[in-house]
Ligand binder design. Structure first.
Ligand SMILES: [Zn+2]
Length: 179
């Protein structure tokens, strides 16, 4: 962004606004401060009986790798709505959200992942537009070497740990914590 989206004409300059302590993009014309903040990625691990649903990505980054359905939250949408929408877009499936399992920070690229565990309604799913295929996996069948993102590895590992201990625990971490 080079020009101000507020007044449409002002050039943006980097400066520290009064009362602030960080460099911001400030419009030289109307004075509006254009804050830049991290993005929220909402997702859900759909569960059916003793299996979890993963989607193989048809888009970059991570083309061809398996992932927990997730994507950027849209304006005007709650995190829960975003998580359900992503499951629909990637797996053509509906879920009932059960609990929030992970809050995963990737400070380096300014992203915060919030992922739920949800029950697949009637065990039904298809293949969404952003996926090459979708499939159910038991814990032993998870293709650990072909998982797209560390956030997904984190959520999967914590899900199976939660299930073993009979808990619905929320887990917090920062990249790359995938143990
Ligand atoms: Zn302006």
């Amino acid at each position: 962004m080079k020009f101000c989206s507020n007044c449409g004409s002002g050039a943006l300059e980097q400066k520290i606004p009064a009362g602030d302590n960080r460099l911001r993009k400030v419009c030289g014309n109307c004075g509006v401060i254009h804050y830049e903040n991290p993005k929220v990625v909402a997702g859900c691990l759909p569960v059916w009986e003793d299996k979890v649903l993963l989607c193989r990505r048809a888009i970059e980054p991570g083309y061809g790798l398996w992932n927990v359905p997730s994507g950027y939250l849209e304006n005007g949408e709650s995190v829960s709505e975003g998580a359900r929408r992503e499951v629909w877009e990637e797996a053509a499936a509906k879920v009932e959200l059960h609990y929030l399992i992970s809050l995963y920070n990737i400070e380096r690229i300014n992203q915060v992942y919030l992922q739920f565990v949800g029950e697949l309604l009637d065990g039904a799913f298809g293949v969404g537009e952003e996926s090459l295929e979708c499939a159910l996996f038991t814990e032993a069948e998870i293709p650990w070497d072909d998982i797209a993102f560390t956030s997904s590895v984190f959520t999967l590992r914590r899900f199976f740990a939660n299930r073993r201990s009979g808990e619905q625990k929320l887990h917090l971490a920062s990249y790359p914590a995938v143990d």
